[in-house]
Design a protein around this ligand. Sequence first.
Ligand SMILES: *Cc1c(COP(=O)(O)O)cnc(C)c1O
Length: 472
Amino acid sequence: MVNLKKIPPVDEILLHEDVQGLLTRFNRDYVINLLRTAIDDIREELRSLQEEIERDAIKQEVIKRLQKKVEQSSRGTLEKVINGTGVVLHTNLGRAPMGERALNYMSAMAVNYNNLEMDLERGERGSRYVHVEEILTRLTGAEAALVVNNNAAAVMLGLNTMARDRQVIVSRGQLVEIGGAFRIPEVMKLSGAGLVEVGTTNKTYISDFAGVIAEETALLFTAHTSNYKIIGFSEEVKLSELVKLGQEHGIPVMQDLGSGILYNMEDWGLKDEPTVQECVAAGVDIITFSGDKLLGGPQAGIIVGRKKYIEAMKKNQLTRALRVDKLTIAALEATLLEYLEGKPEETIPVIRMLCRSSEQLQYQAEELLNDLQNRIGALPQVASLTLVDLEDMVGGGAYPTYKIPGFGVDIEFHDNALEKVARELRLGSPALVTRKQDDKMRISVRTLLKGDAELLVDLIAGVLSTDVGGWR
Ligand SMILES: *Cc1c(COP(=O)(O)O)cnc(C)c1O
């Protein structure tokens, strides 16, 4: 308790030259507020401390904490994360990292005025929805397209426009919850459409759909079950059968594709998922998918399909609430241009990561192992460093059962230090997020972006060489 009395008053600390330096860069109230929280923290810690501390040491510590708080506070709460997990579309890590072209186009449109809603040809008011519509129809073969805030919004808008106060038929096997508490049945209900569930969890036949078609049926609905897949004794209705049934009864078919790929990646071993183009060609009337999953662009909900339905959606008042901003439009258009030009495996980070060869990954993992050996191999906390082949994942609900072969490095620590080191790395700037495997830290190289490998070695070396914990 004797220590508490030694905490210097705010006014005294403000006179210190380091703090004066802060006051030239930031406003006084801001600095004083952070200073008070720094003092509060220290008071708490001193309360439970037995040993006696010098007054000057306390003062130094307050100033150090203040500087740290200023630095943290001016960083914002979003932090760059180095993704060492090997999960390419990691839902908790912001899903798809965007490409450079998207970034450049977006930033040019962000800091300048632009023709978001002006028809420059005629000098009149235009529509924000024209900007990506043409390129989307060219890429997918659909008649029309519309982009909203995210895929959940796209599903909601589609159902609300096409089936409000009427009925939608859907298989029980697809009434799933997708990460982030997106529940297909809940969203469907919120849209105002009545749900008619058919079939069972593991088996639904086209005859189940046909059996309940009625006057009130507005839509046949099918959804990608994302990270959920029934293996074994199961039966799904084929898309072609659903389309045929819809056509026979004059009822449109809507498909929530989830990830939605525009690029055929069979050559890289990613089979089983139809491309958006294939679904359009199969005759599906409305297809929705995300902008920031396998497409590799910004968060967005992309709707493609028949013009009459898309036009009705554009007129729906909900669209105003779900609309995208200029930054999304810019980033999405730049991303789509990469697909149009035909080299997404080189220019879209997500596609590039998924298309990397085993040889490339192994080579990069060997380099990482080498660098780690040189920097931390001899440190007392490090028990072993090993090159490993491992399994990466697409993530984002796509290819749920796919494990893609990858490479990485396992780090084993002495004295159960794994959790502590992993935590310190998560709290670093940038943060590093890794996997844990058999009590080792596992870093997959697939999801490392340019410059990440070097940074990561520095970060780990930094954490291992500073003694963490303690307040002095
Ligand atoms: C991810 C996903 C959604 C939600 O998409 P958001 O863009 O996150 O709103 C909806 N349906 C399916 C099948 C999905 O995989």
